[in-house]
Design a protein around this ligand. Structure first.
Ligand code: LLP
Length: 408
């Protein structure tokens, strides 16, 4: 487990900025990045932050300062990355069935383009064949990932071109003279089995000989981080050693090394993030005690969407006697964060904090029930800095027609 922000700082931030509140510890991000860079030192490699995990522009700027590269999944993520200062050469665009216009725009911006389906590959060939390189996302038919909704490499997954379609890939690549500079596989998120990366490399090593311009092999994201205390982070040093050994043998036809690309999201920004919330109401029923928070799945969807576990602590009574609680949100729909969770005694008005909320937390938030999106705060050198103000009522109406005068 990483060192965490202390309760006083979280409580003070909640007082100062209100709740619900997302808080990000910049030191945690720096430390995770450094861990990766150190592990892969001496290995020809590049780290791409998978920014779908958290796109606040201040987080992106920090990643750029750290000299990370960046993995984008939409044209708008690319625009945000460039606004944050990333040069096109440091950006990879892995699209997922996007309109070809987005690919054209990405090429115009000069970023690396990773193609996930045959139809786009064909269009790419017709438009850019021989003029602009691309990489290919392969579907390895491997089942991996924390749960089925974040498993992307299996044989029923929409992601990537199935490896059994290699002949179709080669026909198009040859027909349009497409320069394939990379192969990519991302098998899933929250993967606790390092061996998946080995299997991915083995698969790509099988096909590499068909692509004479290949420079890099992208193993995607999916590094494991501990959501619960008994879980472990992917041993990144061990993984680096295993990959180094594999890539000693798996080389370009001229004997030089391929570059290994990795696209971590959670590994870089999960543990940095805290969602602090306040207890609105407590209701004891004959069967259970419900704790209703001033937040819901509109702000942290992972428990409801993936059955994900998030550690919760009671900042207001850390040493209290433990009791079982059902921690729920305030939405007009079932929004359970935790059932039967043993926590120090909770009272109305207490601050509860969700840990590991940095990745896919705020990023997946929404305005359901016309609730406002939380503010976001960054902690730097022990100081808190607001990096997004809380939504207000005007924000809910911002794009709706004929609403400008309602507030005068
Ligand atoms: N690269 C590609 C092509 C991806 O699709 C993803 C995640 C990543 C990298 C980063 O994966 P990570 O290192 O963060 O596991 N919302 C879900 C996770 C969805 C992941 C989507 N793709 C969750 O909260 O668990």
């Amino acid at each position: 487990m990483q060192k965490e922000l202390d309760s006083l700082l979280l409580t003070n931030a909640a007082h100062e900025f209100g709740t619900p509140l997302y808080i990000y510890d910049s030191d945690s991000i720096r430390m995770q990045y450094l861990k990766l860079i150190t592990a892969f030192k001496g290995i020809k490699s590049r780290i791409f932050y998978a920014c779908k995990a958290l796109t606040n522009i201040h987080i992106l700027k920090l990643m750029n300062e750290l000299d990370s590269n960046i993995d984008c999944s939409s044209i708008n993520e690319i625009h945000l990355a460039m606004l944050a200062g990333f040069s096109p050469e440091k950006i990879i665009f892995t699209s997922n069935g996007v309109l070809f216009d987005e690919v054209i725009e990405a090429v115009g911006l000069g970023v690396h383009v990773n193609i996930d389906n045959i139809s786009t590959l064909e269009r790419f060939g017709m438009t850019f064949g021989g003029k602009y390189p691309a990489s290919i996302r392969l579907r390895p038919n491997i089942m991996a990932g924390g749960n089925i909704n974040i498993a992307t490499g299996h044989e029923n997954s929409k992601f990537g071109i199935p490896i059994e379609m290699i002949d179709s890939i080669l026909t198009i690549v040859e027909k349009y003279n497409i320069e394939i500079d990379g192969l990519h596989i991302h098998s899933g998120s929250d993967m606790n089995d390092q061996h998946v990366y080995v299997k991915e490399v083995e698969i790509m090593a099988d096909y590499a000989r068909f692509f004479p311009h290949l420079n890099w092999i992208d193993l995607g994201g999916g590094l494991k981080i501990p959501y619960d205390q008994h879980e472990n982070e992917t041993d990144i040093n061990q993984l680096a050693l295993r990959l180094a050994a594999l890539f000693k043998k798996f080389r370009k036809p001229d004997g030089s090394e391929y570059e290994i690309w990795l696209e971590p999201g959670k590994f870089l920004v999960s543990a940095c993030g805290y969602l602090v919330s306040r207890v609105n109401v407590i209701q004891k029923t004959p069967k259970q005690t419900f704790v209703y928070l001033d937040t819901g799945f509109n702000h942290l969807i992972r428990p409801m969407f993936y059955g994900a576990f998030h550690r919760i602590t009671n900042l207001s009574n850390e040493g209290g006697l433990k009791q079982p609680y059902n921690i729920v949100g305030n939405l007009c729909e079932t929004d359970t964060f935790a059932e039967n969770r043993s926590l120090p005694e909770i009272s109305e008005g207490d601050y509860l904090v969700f840990h590991n909320a940095g990745a896919y937390g705020f990023e997946m938030s929404m305005n359901y029930n016309a609730r406002l999106k939380p503010a976001e705060v960054m902690v730097e050198n022990g100081n808190t800095r607001l990096i997004r103000r809380r939504d207000n009522l005007k924000d809910l109406l911002r794009n709706q027609i004929d609403t400008e005068n309602m507030f005068s």
